[in-house]
Ligand binder design. Structure first.
Ligand code: PNS
Length: 162
């Protein structure tokens, strides 16, 4: 039987409880999940790529999941991994247009790539890395939104919460 390998790509700057929720849901559907952390240099990420990988590994582990970094075209990476499925999480309606464009672009670049959207749970509908970064930078508490590894990483950066 063919093993279903899926890629869950993202910037994960940093990983949130919403991302982890999607990882758990994806593991309920596929045989192997590869969480692919994009270097995203053009997005000027707050955390180094290696740190973003480590923070995910510290937050959640599963025998059927690995966390790696990638650079360049996502569809090329998907092919290199012998996968055909790309997992993306969908939150509020505002995500849809951007996600739709990416899925269509990836499908045009490689017809064998199928994007599978998983809905974030209700409690994570409005959790985003961007909002978490902003709250932390202003000294707010992010514990509700991110795993403990990320809370500690923010503290190490001097973003202690009130
Ligand atoms: O978490 P993000 O920032 O929404 O993730 C976006 C990501 C990394 C999945 C997307 O930017 C991506 O696939 N980048 C790789 C470059 C690429 O393949 N671009 C063309 C497809 S839109």
């Amino acid at each position: 039987m063919t093993r279903r390998i899926a890629i869950y790509p993202g910037s994960f700057d940093p990983v949130t409880m919403g991302h982890i929720d999607i990882m758990k849901r994806a593991l309920g559907i596929v045989d192997q999940l590869i969480v692919a952390v994009a270097k995203s240099k053009n997005k000027n990420p707050l955390f180094e790529c290696d740190t973003r990988v480590t923070l995910i590994q510290q937050a959640f582990q599963d025998d059927r999941m690995k966390v790696v970094s990638f650079d360049g075209l996502l569809v090329r990476f998907v092919r290199e991994q012998g996968a055909h499925i790309v997992i993306r999480g969908l939150r509020a309606v505002s995500d849809f247009e951007h996600e739709f464009k990416m899925a269509v672009a990836n499908g045009k670049l490689d017809k064998s790539v199928e994007t599978l959207f998983l809905m974030a749970s209700e409690s994570h509908q409005f959790t985003s890395s961007q909002i978490v970064r902003e709250i932390a930078s202003l000294g707010g508490t992010v514990e509700e939104f991110v795993p403990q590894s990320v809370v500690k990483a923010f503290e190490d950066m001097g973003h202690s919460s009130s």
